[in-house]
Write a protein that binds this ligand. Structure first.
Ligand code: ADP
Ligand code: ADP
Length: 231
């Protein structure tokens, strides 16, 4: 039961007259509930791949199925609704709206208000341990707390898939560990499939599998339980 299935993804960027292929025929199959770390050098295409898998950047070639649906076959409105229901996304810099409270930020993907939406948003804040910060603005929260609000927002609709792009990149080591513990714990507890981009090899040992992107292709780093697989 693959909840994320990508076939032959190609994506290139044009820089001046040169075209650089960042994704060079990538295939991926990720099982429901798996927790994957995606590593690779800076500029290798980790963010591009995550964007593409999340429906935010159409590949020039290839297809992506999320929870059985062909993501890029949907029209813009259907795709937005699908993303909202099925995909949570977390950014390095949190991407909270600065003029909204923590609670209002979590309400955003629920598409506008109502009693049930507020309840769900508060429940999500409670899951990340921030119920008592509901009325705070992002500027009144620490970096780790802001990222936890972003995690609550990503999970408020209980999506089967959660993507996180360098979620601890702006945090000190203590907050990094807290945020990563939280992400891994929430994913395990809810069966959410988690794909985390990181260049931190220490963090990356904590998932079920580690994938490495380099030269536009993906390799399986190793089975984490058994150590490196002989070539
Ligand atoms: P990573 O996340 O692994 O650091 P990125 O996916 O951000 O890598 O970028 C991969 C490569 O594609 C880099 O060389 C980057 O400069 C280039 N790139 C990314 N986005 C764009 C864009 N919108 N336009 C042009 N080049 C881009
Ligand atoms: P990350 O730190 O996750 O690798 P970046 O800071 O490289 O991300 O990129 C942030 C944003 O800028 C992304 O939306 C990416 O597509 C875009 N981007 C990255 N490199 C380039 C580039 N060379 N030209 C234009 N846009 C870029």
């Amino acid at each position: 039961d693959f909840v994320i299935q990508a076939t032959n993804l190609h994506r290139s960027y044009r820089i001046g007259k040169k075209s650089i292929e960042v994704l060079h025929g990538i295939d991926l199959a990720i099982k429901r509930g798996e927790r994957i770390f995606l590593c690779g050098p800076s500029g290798a295409g980790k963010s591009t791949l995550l964007y593409t898998l999340a429906g935010l950047e159409r590949p020039e070639q290839g297809s992506i199925h999320i929870d059985g649906t062909d993501l890029y076959s949907l029209g813009p409105k259907k795709q937005a609704a699908f993303r909202n229901a099925k995909i949570g996304y977390i950014f390095q810099n949190y991407m909270l709206l600065p003029e909204l409270t923590a609670l209002e930020n979590v309400l955003v993907p629920g598409a506008i208000g109502g009693h049930d939406a507020s309840e769900a948003a508060l429940a999500a804040l409670t899951r990340v341990g921030l119920a008592d910060r509901a009325e705070h603005l992002p500027a009144e929260l620490s970096g780790g707390e802001q990222q936890r609000v972003a995690i609550a927002r990503a999970l408020v609709n209980h999506p089967p898939v959660l993507f996180a792009d360098e979620p601890t990149g702006n945090l000190d080591s203590r907050n990094s560990k807290e945020v990563m513990d939280l992400l891994l714990g929430l994913a395990a507890e809810s069966g959410t499939t988690l794909v985390v981009v990181t260049h931190d090899e220490n963090l990356a040992t904590r998932g079920d599998r580690r994938l490495v992107i380099k030269d536009g292709t993906i390799t399986e780093a190793s089975s984490l339980e058994t150590g490196p697989v002989p070539a």
